[in-house]
Design a protein around this ligand. Sequence first.
Ligand code: MN3
Length: 200
Amino acid sequence: MQLELPPLPYPIDALEPHVSARTLEFHHGKHHKAYVDKTKSLVAGTDLEGKSVEEIIAAARARKDQTLLNQSGQVWNHTFFWQCMSPDGGGGPPADIDTFIRTGFADFAAFKDVFKKEAVGHFASGWAWLCDEGGKAVVTSFHDGDTPVGGRPGLTPLLTCDVWEHAYYLDYQNDRGGFVQAFLDNLVNWDFVAANLRGA
Ligand code: MN3
C-alpha cells in the first residue's frame, strides 16, 4: 500500500443514510488525511521515506515506536475500511464466505452477533476485525491505530469496522451499536471480504 490518501471508492454521499456525506467529509478528508500527513512527516528524511505502509508498520513494531505504529496503522486501516463498505453492501454473504464463517461460528447470524459485541464492547478507540487465522474465522479487535498487519502471526484481515467516535458520532452520537448494526446489515462489501479470503 502506498503512503497516500486514496480517493473513496464511491461518491461521498453513496453510503447515506447509514453513513452521511458529512461524516465521510471529516472521516476521509480530515482524519484519514491527517494520518497520512503525520506518517509522511514522521518518515521524512529517514530510511523509511518512500517505503510502503506495510514496511513502515513492520519497522514501527520492530523499533517499538508506538507513535509511528499508530499513525501508519491508521493509514492502512482506513484505506482498508473504505473498501469494506459499499452502497450495495450488507445482506447475506456469498456462499464461500458463508462456508468460511462456519469454521468459527455456528452460522452467519451468530457471527454478526459476536462481531457486534466485539465492536460495541471494545473500550475506547479501536477497530473490530474479522480475520482468517490459519483457515479459521475469528473476530478480534485492536486498540487505537494498531492493525492486524503484522499484529499477530498468521492473522489475515478480511473485514473491519472503525469504532473510533469520529466514525459515527455525527450520525449516531453515542450509539455505537446503532452504527455497527447499520454497518453489518447495510454496508459490508462481502465481495471485498471474499477477495481478501482468496488472497487477492
Ligand atoms: Mn477512523
